[in-house]
Design a binder for this molecule. Structure first.
Ligand SMILES: [Zn+2]
Length: 182
C-alpha cells in the first residue's frame, strides 16, 4: 500500500522525497482522523488478506470494473451486506443525521474497494468492500484523499487542505498520529 500511494518514495540520496514525506504526514493525519473523528462502523483502510497491492494491470482492472458495473453484482453485495448487518443503515442514519442517507436498495449508490481495482484488489471478498453510502464524513474525507493519490492529481494538497479545513477537525488531534501497530 505504501508503495502504491507513494508514501515510501526515496530520492537518489536514499532519503524519502519531499513528496513522500508530505504524503506520509497526510496519511498519519488520515489514521488519526479515523481513530478520533469517525462516527460510523465503516472501513477505509485495506486489511488482510485483501491488502495485497499488485502492479497496475489494465486488463484486470477493466475486468473488475466490468464485473462491478453489472446490476447483479451490485445487487448481490447490497443484499449480502444488509443480511449480515441488518441495522447498519438505521445505525448510520442515527449517528450521521447530516449525511446523505444510504440507499434503501436494491444497490448502494457506490461501493468502495479498499485495495483499489487499479491495484488488483480482491473483486468480491467482503473484506475488501465497503458501501460508500455508510461512510461518515470523516471516512469520506479519508477515502477521497486515497482517490486523489490514486488519480495522481498533482493538486491533491490544495484539495486536502480545503477539505480538512471544512471538516473542522482539529489538526493537533490528528497530526503525527501513530497507531498501535505502527
Ligand atoms: Zn467513519
Amino acid at each position: 500500500m505504501e508503495d502504491f500511494y507513494g508514501l515510501n518514495e526515496k530520492g537518489p540520496d536514499g532519503k524519502p522525497t519531499a513528496e513522500a514525506t508530505d504524503r506520509m504526514k497526510t496519511y498519519q493525519a488520515m489514521l488519526g482522523i479515523k481513530a478520533n473523528n469517525c462516527t460510523c462502523g465503516g472501513r477505509v483502510f485495506p486489511s488482510a488478506p485483501c491488502d495485497v497491492f499488485r502492479p497496475p494491470d489494465p486488463a484486470r482492472k477493466a475486468a473488475i470494473e466490468g464485473h462491478w458495473s453489472e446490476p447483479e453484482t451490485m445487487g448481490k453485495f447490497y443484499t449480502d451486506f444488509i443480511t449480515e448487518n441488518p441495522s447498519a443503515i438505521a445505525d448510520f442514519r442515527a449517528a450521521n443525521p447530516k449525511e446523505f442517507p444510504p440507499s434503501g436498495g436494491p444497490r448502494f449508490n457506490k461501493t468502495n474497494h479498499l485495495t483499489p481495482k487499479s491495484a488488483g484488489g480482491c473483486p468480491d471478498n467482503p473484506g475488501n468492500l465497503q458501501p460508500h453510502d455508510t461512510l461518515c464524513a470523516a471516512c469520506k474525507l479519508i477515502d477521497d484523499q486515497f482517490g486523489e493519490w490514486q488519480n495522481n492529481n498533482p493538486g491533491w494538497r490544495g484539495k486536502w487542505n480545503t477539505a480538512f479545513r471544512e471538516s473542522r477537525i482539529k489538526r493537533w488531534r490528528v497530526a503525527g498520529f501513530t497507531p498501535s501497530w505502527w
